[in-house]
Design a protein around this ligand. Structure first.
Ligand SMILES: Cc1cc2nc3c(=O)[nH]c(=O)nc-3n(C[C@H](O)[C@H](O)[C@H](O)COP(=O)(O)OP(=O)(O)OC[C@H]3O[C@@H](n4cnc5c(N)ncnc54)[C@H](O)[C@@H]3O)c2cc1C
Length: 426
């Protein structure tokens, strides 16, 4: 089995062979070259703003080329919780942003002619227990009543029309979601940002960020840049360049395996409608087909990716995959890899400004569409000077309870165990 990101071999990923020189000064410096940073840079450059993306590794290196490629409606938190916390009006606005985010992805792909297999094949949320299915019944009514958003139930009896397993107790289908090849998408986005006039600088890790009265002084590994504004788009890889942001983000590992190519008939049986599938557990699994391979992910090890966590996760994921699909028992797993998610302490995504530094962070595994859309809308708000009106900037971005966190997630083993316990109790 290769510990390699399968998506990378399917895409023409930006390399670091010919490095764009670090500019002396720009109007906006974007730190991080994933969906958020590249989408923001594309929008800014299209409006004539002089912008540079500073990426520590190569463009798209982070979560944006490692994820499941699920382009999903909604937020990480259930919308019931979002209404309770923020009220109906704001919740409606936030949910609408999630729908708009899919339109943004679709529009960029069309405008920029990005070949990444985007299709609105819908998502399937599978009930692990019968009481989950009862909750899904309520969800169907709730989404229609509160958000005028139509989702539908699939009973256990009819489940085989959607998924080739009897493991689940029924499911919910949302036809608005879609899927794509994440690496092909981020590579296309990088080219689109460049075409719009953005400078995209790989191997430009930012070591520190200072400021004098009028501008930021950014020290990168290849020399300094002066910038009027800075946008942080570093997601789960947020380090200590802006300590206040690092303290608000918990980096959590997520892992994926990809099988060998399956025979047509088997692939068709596993997911007849090519849905983006995930289950109801706290410690959830997410999976889908791509090019007849089963791409099967989960938060198997909780800690960010390294050789050990990838190897351990690959074993766990293979076991879990066979539990769902016993048909895959003798199928070879060819690739395994990991990436890092960014969780805020309230599990919400946050856009805003801290000490004059703009940011969009906290996607909690929902960043393919949201990162792209929030990068774009944050850039628009920077140009128009109306960030306060951005719905994702209108609620507090909390830090750790009692301030018990300095950016090193010492509590992850407990959090992992806690999720397993919740799944077990429920
Ligand atoms: C395994 C996995 C599966 C996922 N599946 C899905 C899914 O199916 N659907 C979905 O919606 N979301 C999914 N996600 C989440 C989604 O991939 C992310 O939310 C999204 O890619 C975040 O994009 P971004 O541009 O904000 O950050 P990233 O793509 O992570 O980019 C951040 C970049 O910042 C750079 N950086 C960090 N520090 C510095 C520095 N000091 N100087 C310069 N550069 C720096 C990093 O090198 C990195 O490239 C998944 C994530 C993972 C890891």
């Amino acid at each position: 089995m290769n510990h390699q990101i399968y998506w990378h071999i399917t895409a023409d990923m930006p390399s670091a062979e010919k490095l764009t020189p670090i500019p002396e000064r720009v109007e906006v410096a974007v730190i991080g070259g994933g969906y958020t940073g590249l989408s923001a840079a594309r929008t800014l450059a299209k409006q004539g703003v002089k912008v540079a993306v500073l990426e520590a590794e190569t463009l798209g290196w982070g979560a944006s080329s490692r994820n499941g490629g699920m382009v999903l409606t909604g937020l990480k938190l259930p919308m019931q919780t979002v209404i309770k916390r923020y009220g109906r009006d704001l919740a409606k606005c936030l949910f609408q942003y999630s729908l708009d985010s899919i339109d943004t992805v679709e529009q960029i792909i069309k405008e920029e002619n990005i070949d990444c297999g985007f299709a609105r094949t819908g998502h399937l949320l599978a009930a692990n227990k019968s009481k989950h299915f009862d909750a899904l019944k309520e969800e169907v009514e709730f989404m229609e009543k509160e958000f005028n958003h139509k989702v539908r139930l699939v009973s256990r009896k009819d489940q085989r029309e959607e998924i080739g397993t009897d493991l689940y107790h029924g499911a919910l289908v949302d036809e608005v979601s879609g899927g794509l090849n994440p690496a092909q998408f981020v590579a296309g986005l990088a080219r689109a940002a460049e075409k719009a006039g953005a400078l995209t600088c790989a191997r430009a890790r930012v070591h520190s960020l200072g400021r004098d009265e009028t501008r930021f002084v950014i020290e990168t590994e290849r020399g300094p840049v002066l910038a009027q504004s800075v946008l942080v788009a570093t997601s789960g890889y947020t380090g200590n360049v802006v300590k206040k942001l690092q303290k608000k983000i918990i980096p959590i590992g997520s892992f994926i395996i990809a099988t060998e190519k399956l025979p047509n008939e088997l692939a068709q049986q596993l997911s007849p409608k090519n849905r983006m599938i995930f289950d109801y557990k706290h410690y959830l699994n997410y999976f889908r087909l791509w090019n007849k391979r089963m791409i099967f992910g989960g938060r198997a090890a909780f800690f960010p990716e390294n050789e050990n966590t990838i190897a351990r996760s690959a074993e766990i994921l293979r076991r879990e995959m066979i539990e769902v699909y016993p048909q895959l028992k003798d199928v070879k797993v060819e690739y395994a890899w990991g990436g890092t998610l960014d969780f805020a302490f309230d599990m919400m995504t946050h856009v805003g400004e801290i000490d004059g530094i703009y940011y969009s962070l906290g996607y909690a595994g929902h960043g393919v569409a949201m990162g792209t859309h929030l990068g774009k809308t944050l850039a628009e708000a920077m140009i128009q000077g109306n960030l306060r009106e951005h719905p994702f900037a209108s609620f507090t971005f909390p830090g750790a309870p009692l301030g018990l966190y300095d950016g090193r997630p010492w509590f992850l083993p407990f959090a992992g165990a806690w999720h397993r316990i919740l799944d077990w109790i429920e």
